[in-house]
Design a protein around this ligand. Sequence first.
Ligand SMILES: Nc1ncnc2c1ncn2[C@@H]1O[C@H](COP(=O)(O)OP(=O)(O)OP(=O)(O)O)[C@@H](O)[C@H]1O
Length: 253
Amino acid sequence: MISLHQVSKTFINANRKFQAVDSVSLHIESGDIYGIIGSSGAGKSSLLRMINLLERPDAGTVVVNDKDLMLLTDRQLREERRTMGMIFQSFNLVHNRTVSGNVAMPLEMIGIPRKERAERVSEYLDFVGLLDKSDQYPSMLSGGQQQRVAIARALVNSPKVLLCDEPTSSLDPHTTSDILSILKHINQSFGVTIVIVTHEMDVITTLCNKVSMMSEGKLLQTLQTEQGNTISSDEISRVNNGQTWGKLGVNHD
Ligand SMILES: Nc1ncnc2c1ncn2[C@@H]1O[C@H](COP(=O)(O)OP(=O)(O)OP(=O)(O)O)[C@@H](O)[C@H]1O
């Protein structure tokens, strides 16, 4: 469903080149919950953002739903991006719009009529348990509630893929667990493929059936199990006696 082939990305900072992603290839099947784990600066977010071409690779190919995204026109790319929702560590809500106003935004952009828009917004706010907060503003909500609004907004267009960039990194453990349950439910109930970037091992062992470890722009290793199961911490410990994980600065216990 998603294939990255030898993608690379170099940024230029203060006239110095920095290779954030170095010839990475990976394959994600429909229905997977695919984790990308690594320490800060490993290139995880850049890699994730290349899946929907928010970041354009300097080299390599990005194929989603059998389409080579680099070959699409701007208009075709906009359409293809609608099949991919995205959520972020900092939620990225629009603060001068209400909760329902935020969730309605993707539908407004494609001209869905008001009545249908209202129905779909209510349906997804109900799904994330926030229907009673429809008329509130983001600043009146907790971090976990704001992330649930962002999830509703990402789902309202019925995407096939949900891209998650450190979605629980600014949340406490209890709220993290709530958000991970919602993500699992989205995968199981709607068949949405999930790609999640994290530096937290618990996120991987709670949620993911595949995980790639990233360091210094490269994928070091990928582990996988059946869809519907999660990679166990035992399995992770067995690989190279955990040495690869240690190299990432990630605690695998
Ligand atoms: N738009 C950009 N311009 C310049 N440098 C960038 C840009 N985006 C990322 N980088 C650099 O590329 C490297 C990889 O960043 P990236 O955000 O992909 O890593 P990460 O593994 O997600 O780290 P973190 O968990 O800290 O977000 C970092 O050194 C970062 O400073």
